[in-house]
Design a protein. Sequence first.
Length: 243
Amino acid sequence: MMKSDGTKRETPTLHNQAEKGQIAECVLMPGDPQRARFIAENYLADARLVSEVRGIYAYTGSCRGRKVSVMASGMGAGSMGIYSYELFQFYGVEKIIRVGSAGGLSPHLALRDIVIGTASSTDTGYALQYGLPGTLAPCGDFGLARKAFDYAEKKGLGCRAGMLFSGEAFYYEEEILRKWAQMGALAVEMESAALYMNAAKTHKKALAICTISDLVFSGEKCSVEERQNSFDDMIKMALSIIT
Ligand code: HPA
């Protein structure tokens, strides 16, 4: 990036043009950049675009007097892995809340319910980089999860806390997802495991909360309007636990 005096501005990473200090300690991360823009424009006061490298928008504004950022993660462990690692490691970010959608696997879930990911099982190789002599259990932060659950109870929202399956792929043979459901996975998405591993690696806090946009085994899907309403509940929940 060029500064107005023509000199080159150093930014902490290749993937983010924000300067250190332009990103808040708490960041909401939807997968979709358009969702990041929507959250900034509709839920934050005085939101400013601070990065748009590769169309991955990041905005910083405030909510109830607290500085808050929202940045897209993109899809999958690789993309979430890059952006969340850089936020934690180079931008001084302390808490990241993923606000996403997920496919329901549990028969106890209905469309629009919210799942709080207390744990995230994965078939990705993301943990291989740590060379651990065993299997890592990627976990959501308990304090954040408790606040999220309390919020849902207070507001009477359909909400469950438990294991997500954070997959490498979007398109699976049904029998694979049935096996994860058998082992207790409530819902399938693609980003929480990498997020939780980066939080573990950098000693920071993270939580994924996901609205159920479709039920994998019945094929039921939310209408556009239902998606918008459940999205609103989820964003309000996420903001309530960090402000
Ligand atoms: N997989 C399947 N269904 C979904 C997903 C996913 O990652 N996200 C939202 N619905």
